[in-house]
Design a protein around this ligand. Structure first.
Ligand SMILES: Nc1ncnc2c1ncn2[C@@H]1O[C@H](COP(=O)(O)OP(=O)(O)O)[C@@H](O)[C@H]1O
Ligand SMILES: [Mg+2]
Length: 388
């Protein structure tokens, strides 16, 4: 039969709301094709008739990506609200909004993996047509401040889709009874529009699970969440983020096709971050190398905070060679907790010890000349310190 693929697509779409007449007519068509010797076409129609499950897997129109079932989100669309408090259950960022922010700096292989995932998502419609179900959800986990939320925003920008961000701790209302309804409403909203659903602070559900007074209710919340995630898996893109992946329910964890750990930045990434965050102030390569070395174990957000404080100091106190070291000292004195940053601690002690450490460090390999530059002294002083 000529144009059979088009006819098949129409049948599949129509079968999303099947009626007796429709089924009868598709049945007739199948029998006619069968008797004319088009066995495989008759077979394809049988699959369509065989029921919802089979058609779900076959029909691209079930998925987000089908324009027919999903509406485009405009700025006049508002997120659903909590019925008790009236607070919106989500915030929406549209492509091109200023909030979208810069692309986070990631380790090279991780950046590549994310790129691959985004291009799969971009081709999701095509993959579905070919009978391949692409993973439509992603779980990002790792320490706070490593750029997970920033990454979700960038993915949405690359996909040119609005980002519907719900913080689960916001969804869990003080009236616990309404939490399951809030979750269901939010997913229903996201499923209706072309968008990426971002579930930030995703572990919030897990945290309340331990409250013995609320056991029945929590079970209901977790079940609703599981059900919503399952349903959405076939329909739209979801990114969930947690800083406490070990708190997540095993069943929830399994719902995600891609689970990606976002680590604290390595030496190369820290260098790029420092260069980005100090952009606009006169610092030298040696300063950037040193700051990247010093911030080992720090998250991107912490490096950004440190750099902002340095920037402020330099703007107010001039950018002479001495100022950078002073700026660092001031920052150290003003920020309380460096317990997990041994290198920054070392900086608080004497410079001579630090110079010795730097001159021996495999990772950084500073020459005596750059050390002299960094510590604003002569090479002979540096070499005396090292020999001590
Ligand atoms: N890998 C990174 N590259 C560049 N900037 C980063 C990175 N990680 C964190 N930042 C900075 O810190 C800010 C907060 O990071 P965020 O995405 O909220 O972290 P998380 O969601 O992992 O807690 C970001 O907006 C960005 O300015
Ligand atoms: Mg975050």
């Amino acid at each position: 039969m000529e144009n059979f693929p088009t006819v098949l697509a129409i049948c599949r779409t129509a079968m999303r709301s099947p009626s007796a007449t429709l089924t009868r007519n598709i049945g007739k068509l199948r029998d006619a094709l069968g008797s004319q010797g088009h066995e495989d076409q008759a077979e394809a129609l049988s699959v369509v008739l065989a029921g919802k499950r089979a058609t779900d897997a076959l029909a691209p129109s079930r998925v987000v990506l089908a324009r027919a079932t999903v509406e485009r989100m405009t700025r006049s669309v508002h997120a659903p609200v909590d019925k008790e408090s009236g607070a919106p259950l989500a915030s929406i960022i549209f492509p091109g909004d200023a909030e979208q922010g810069l692309e986070p700096i990631l380790e090279a292989d991780l950046g590549m993996a994310i790129e691959a995932l985004v291009s799969e998502w971009q081709s999701a419609g095509m993959l579905l047509d070919a009978g391949i179900r692409p993973p439509l959800n992603l779980l990002l986990y790792g320490a706070p401040g490593t750029g997970k939320t920033a990454l979700a925003k960038v993915i949405a920008a690359q996909m040119k889709l609005p980002l519907v961000t719900a913080r689960l701790d916001g969804l869990i209302s003080s009236f616990l009874g309404t939490t399951a309804r809030n979750i269901a409403n939010l997913f229903e909203f996201a499923n209706r529009y072309e968008c990426i659903l971002l579930l930030d602070e995703f572990d919030a559900v897990a945290k309340i699970r331990d409250d013995p007074h609320e056991l029945g209710e929590i079970k209901r919340v977790v079940n609703t969440l599981l059900q919503c995630l399952d349903e959405r898996r076939e329909r739209g893109f979801t990114i969930a983020i947690t800083n406490h992946e070990h708190l997540l329910d095993a069943a929830i964890w399994r719902r995600f096709d891609s689970r990606v750990a976002i680590p604290r930045p390595g030496a190369g990434s820290r260098r790029r971050m420092v260069a980005r965050f100090l952009n606009g102030v006169a610092v030298e390569d040696v300063d950037i190398d040193f700051l990247a070395w010093l911030t080992d174990g720090r998250s991107g957000a912490e490096i950004e905070t440190l750099c902002s404080s340095i920037k402020r100091y330099l703007v107010m106190n001039g950018t002479g060679r001495k100022s950078l070291l002073e700026a660092l000292k001031v920052n150290l004195l003003l920020s309380a907790d460096h317990s997990d940053s041994p290198r920054q601690d070392m900086f608080a002690e004497d410079f001579e010890g630090l110079v010795r450490k730097l001159s021996n460090d495999e990772e950084i390999r500073f020459t005596q000349e750059s050390l002299a530059r960094l510590f604003n002294t002569t090479q002979s002083t540096i070499s005396r310190w090292i020999r001590k």
